[in-house]
Design a protein around this ligand. Structure first.
Ligand code: CIZ
Length: 307
């Protein structure tokens, strides 16, 4: 059998994974660790043998993120790290559009995804053909595309943005094209949130992340009542009223930086479940309240299919 279950939790494995265990032990049970550690040790050995690196997205579970990730972070940060790396094989512990983004920045490298069916509701809300139709409808307007899209969509795009720089990119595109409206696709909520922060008119698409769209302003109010001291950090793919009710809006990288640099006593991360688990391993002084909306696509990536 080649799924990794043949590896035992030997004293060598225990020794090789001891430092990692100390990092994750508040968030992984000993029973789980005895199953995970042998695979982690074997995957880390294989990486050296094959000159491979693993890119672990912020939404991976802690045994992947901390156990086998050589680079961790958001999709753009990971793709840039992969391009800088000498490794010829890149394993993307993330979803399909992320692997494509890595391949765009590293065309000469082999980029592998452990499960090609690991998709994304937002990325699959739009195709390259849709973008061509939008361009026909609004000729002369620049197309700004969120990094959370397929390569097919990026290929039809004038410029890409992240949630952190969307406002600046939209304003710069409007200036360079000499127009007062910009097409910003595919995330409807990101587009609305950008529209609130600029005078440039935004033409949007109705794409949504099925994790972030589920959060409501009532969820935030309830959490504030239950945890009055908690800082509430929300992802820009959430509805506008959620961001208004939050203390801070930022991408996964911005949320992580916020917690690690400001060390709040108590925090709520309004995003995918694993994000809090991963940051918590590096932020022992912060207490995490954990509302959990799980991304079924990110959870298709496991230690077994990485192996
Ligand atoms: O591009 C990414 O990594 C995603 C999905 C979100 C973010 O805020 O990092």
């Amino acid at each position: 059998m080649a799924d990794g279950t043949q590896f035992a939790f030997t004293p060598e494995v225990e020794r090789a994974t001891h430092t990692l265990w100390n990092k994750v032990k508040k968030h992984v049970t000993p029973m789980e660790w005895r199953l995970q550690a042998p695979l982690i040790a074997e995957i880390n050995r294989l990486k050296r043998e094959k000159n491979a690196v693993i890119l672990a997205h912020n939404y991976m579970t802690p045994e992947i993120f901390h156990g086998v990730g050589d680079y961790v972070g958001d999709s753009l940060g990971l793709a840039k790290e992969a391009a800088r790396s000498d490794a010829q094989v890149i394993v993307q512990a993330g979803v399909h559009f992320m692997a494509e983004t890595s391949k765009i920045l590293s065309p000469e490298k082999k980029v592998l995804i452990p499960d090609p069916l690991a998709g994304c509701s937002l990325a699959s809300s739009i195709t390259g053909a849709d973008v061509r139709l939008i361009k026909q409808r609004y000729p002369g307007l620049p197309v700004v595309t969120y990094v959370n899209t397929t390569a097919d969509v990026k290929a039809e795009t004038d410029i890409c943005c992240t949630s952190a720089n969307a406002v600046q990119v939209v304003e710069q595109a409007a200036r360079e094209w000499g127009v007062d409206r910009v097409i910003l696709i595919p995330d409807e909520f990101l587009a609305r949130n950008v529209a609130r922060q600029t005078n440039i008119g935004i033409i949007a698409w109705k794409g949504r992340c099925e994790v972030h769209e589920r959060f409501t302003a009532d969820d935030i109010r309830e959490m504030r009542e239950a945890y009055p001291e908690a800082q509430v950090l929300a992802h820009p793919e959430c509805p506008a009223e959620v961001l208004e009710a939050a203390d801070f809006a930022g991408s996964t990288a911005a949320m992580s930086d916020f917690v690690l640099s400001r060390k709040p006593k108590q925090v709520v991360l309004i995003t995918e479940c694993s994000m809090a688990d991963n940051v918590a391993c590096d932020a022992p002084e912060t207490e995490f309240v954990r509302p959990c909306n799980l991304c079924p696509y990110k959870k298709k990536i496991t230690l077994q299919n990485i192996y």
